[in-house]
Design a protein around this ligand. Structure first.
Ligand code: UD1
Ligand code: CA
Length: 460
């Protein structure tokens, strides 16, 4: 679209009260600035320049995008100074429009940016920017207009007089489209003595005095409000979350209480799946059709097939679960499990790095780690794979059709051949051949009238 983008992200974000750069704060699992990058990328810009300062190295590391370049702002001398620093990267851009926006406004959408650009070009403006009205917010620049209604300047909230505050309800969103020759004016911005900063917003007054064509385009608050405080983080999170949930509801997913589910933007969910409240669906998780996700569940970076049921209070991380399986309640799938079809993992069962074949059941109180488990295996209550010897992890292999009695301990490395039985309470220390019974427990002895004799002893 013949645009170059500058994202201002050097500010310390003092109002966040954090030791981490503001733009790296995670919103629904994604650094705040990544939202802006993702939105501007849809304009296919020739360049994306990010102005950084505090935590520059961390910002560079966290941004999962190779098509951006960074400019280091040495001193935090305001948004005007930040853009001035980016100027040297914008020398060879011909007639490309420059889009400047703040890195702390993750609600911006590519649709709104495209509209701004369209209006900017259609009206042949020198500078266009986004404005909004929201009387509940403070701290934004206020747009002043002359008697003919033309934009004349922007006054920052903290410098505005009472009468300016009363008159000017239209706020600056911090998103600008400008012709490249305007960069020549940036160097002439004057410092504000009270704050020691050069304000990019002062450019408006300078340009209007020079007869340049400036226009503000109104857009909804929901697209442009920024993040300055933790309170803003929570409000912006709520808006972004609702966007994700609305998209899924439109595609046929039921959310019983949409406000009480948290869904990241890279999540996909199939038709007729029902999501109960107090659930977290995170990262690149994909959930199939007709699944049920009961309350208190968190699913991170996992893949669920169709008709999977996740019962209450279950945590699933980096795992695959195939069609028709049921997990939980109170189950924990630690990373890297592959669960087959129609598997049942029940109460207080923990799995780690395990493969579980179709139709296998582990319904109660088990730990299965580094296990390769075949099909139709019955894993009795309290079965434990003893996979760790204090130094190394070892594998347990359980063949198809095996029956593990309750409270079996399998000391890995060990292999149970297919169709074998392990008697309840057995500690398996060596391989069990297929179709054999392994039994390893002390033989029971019943001592006749033992309790009566004990009683008599006490009385005498
Ligand atoms: C700014 C605008 C204000 C607008 C608001 C919209 C100015 C002077 N004010 O105010 O009119 O309503 O955004 O959200 O521009 N930054 C730098 N270097 C600096 C200072 C800031 O890169 O030296 C970056 C910050 O990281 C941030 C952005 O610029 O991403 C805006 O800075 P911030 O201090 O948050 O400005 P606001 O007070 O929000
Ligand atoms: Ca801000």
């Amino acid at each position: 679209m013949n645009v170059c983008v500058v994202i201002l992200a050097a500010g310390r974000g003092k109002r966040m009260m954090s030791s981490k750069p503001k733009v790296l704060h995670l919103i629904l699992g994604k650094p705040m600035i990544q939202y802006t990058i993702d939105a501007v990328k849809e304009l296919r810009p020739r360049k994306i320049i990010i102005v950084v300062n505090s935590g520059a190295e961390e910002v560079k590391k966290q941004i999962s995008n190779s098509h951006v370049s960074f400019v280091f702002q040495k001193e935090l001398l305001g948004t005007g100074n930040a853009l001035l620093g980016a100027k040297k990267e914008l020398t060879d851009i011909n007639d490309n429009t420059i889009i400047v926006l703040n890195g702390d406004s993750p609600l911006i959408t590519s649709k709104t940016l495209k509209e701004l650009l369209k209006n900017h070009r259609h009206s042949k403006n020198d500078l266009s920017f986004l404005s909004f009205i929201d009387e509940s917010l403070s701290g934004y620049g206020r747009i002043l207009r002359d008697e003919r209604g033309r934009v004349s300047s922007i006054v920052e909230d903290k410098h505005a007089t009472l009468s300016e505050k009363r008159k000017a309800k239209e706020l600056n969103a911090g998103v600008y489209a400008m012709q490249p020759e305007l960069l020549n004016y940036i160097g002439s911005l004057r410092v504000h003595r009270s704050s020691g900063e050069y304000y990019l917003t002062d450019l408006i007054e300078m340009l209007s005095k020079n007869g340049k064509k400036i226009e503000a385009y109104r857009c909804p608050t929901e697209d442009v409000r920024g993040v300055n405080t933790r309170e803003d983080v929570s409000q912006v999170t709520e808006i972004l979350n609702m966007r994700n949930i609305s998209r899924l509801m439109k595609n046929g997913v039921t959310f019983i209480d949409p406000k009480r589910a948290i869904v990241h933007s890279s999540v996909s969910i199939g038709r007729d799946t029902v999501v109960y409240p107090d659930t977290f669906i995170e990262g690149r998780t994909s959930i199939g059709k007709e699944c049920i996700i009961y309350p208190g569940v968190r699913i991170y970076e996992s893949k669920l097939g169709n008709r999977v049921t996740i019962k209450d209070n279950t945590l699933i991380e980096l795992s695959n679960i195939k069609e028709g399986s049921t997990i939980g309640p109170f189950a924990h799938l630690r990373p890297h499990n592959n669960i087959g079809r129609n598997v049942k993992i029940g109460n207080f069962v923990e799995l780690k790095k395990s493969i579980v074949g179709d139709g296998t059941k582990a319904q109660h109180l088990s730990y299965l780690g580094d296990a390769i488990i075949g099909e139709d295996v019955n894993i009795g209550a309290g079965t434990i794979t003893c996979n760790y010897d204090g130094i190394k992890k070892h594998t347990t292999v359980i063949g198809s059709g095996v029956f593990l009695g309750s409270d079996s301990q399998l000391i890995a490395p060990v292999e149970i051949g297919k169709g074998a039985y392990v008697a309840a309470g057995t500690t398996v220390t060596k391989n069990v051949p297929s179709h054999a019974l392994a039994i390893g427990r002390v033989k029971q002895e019943n001592i006749k009238d033992w309790a009566i004799k004990k009683q008599l002893k006490v009385q005498s």
